[in-house]
Design a protein around this ligand. Sequence first.
Ligand code: 13P
Length: 340
Amino acid sequence: MNLSDLNKVATAMVTPGKGILAADESTGTIKKRFDAIKVESTEENRRDYREMLLRAKDAMQHISGVILYDETIWQNAKDGTPLIKLIEQAGSIPGIKVDEGTQALPACPGETVTVGLDKLAERLKKYYERGARFAKWRAVIDIGQRIPTTTAIHVNAHALARYAALCQAAQIVPIVEPEVLMDGDHDIDRCYEVTSHVLNKVFQELRAQRVELEGMILKPNMAIAGMKCVRQASVAEVAEKTIRLLKACVPAAVPGIAFLSGGQSDEQATAHLDAMNRIGHLPWKLTFSYGRALQAAPQKAWAGKAENVPAGQRAFTHRARMNGLASLGQWTDELEKKAA
Ligand code: 13P
């Protein structure tokens, strides 16, 4: 595969009207989600839940790609069909989370570095053979007193670029995800400033490691106030500042930007994406790569019961459709309420 093939996949991942389903929760994270709906996190329940999503045909029309976790990419549906085949049959692209989580960063209290580079080339080869055409690696940057340090930003950006270069060598499109968390009490301007440093460092490392920008997707946080901040920014302010930030930091060669939801409510995540696309005149496609903001509603509707599968699929379809409209700047509050 050459650059234009990577670029073709990356471009398909940000097809207007579609976005990415982040269904790549690690075993620990999906347990937390299942605990909230009182479902035991067994391998079979995890399979049944993800099968429900992937068989939701109306929802999948709005899903360009699905990020899987290692367990899921090797799993079969109840009838024996590999789950990865369900994604392909729905006309969507299978992807895989390849980082192995975070570890404490020595000499930087409270900060982490994402790990998983050892043997990554071999793992990518196996995932490609299984059908994965893109991958994801998430770096985590926390905002607090005296953090993030330049050390944490540097080591995480370096690892992201190492991962991205290895992906492209394996003919896999890297989703580069530097997530600045919205957990703290910082305001939107502090988030803007930190995210700007992080993105600048990430692109510096990507260039230094010869990553082809045309063959990658960026998955950033929005410029948004921390959840505990007393002054929450309006939808218009989030949209305006996020666009300004991305225009300043993200080269036009990158085909698309697919946001994480990061703890925003379902409707907020949709409204923010919609407002950004309404601003328009952007050098890259802007869409979603949501985990919680696509799955919280179907998880609640399903609640681990086979008889609730149609309700779970309806809830997923609604969120996928609303976010698909937001990727075109065509979402409205009326449509949100009408179909809910
Ligand atoms: P959220 O949308 O729930 O933040 O998840 C997206 C994701 O893939 C985080 O790595």
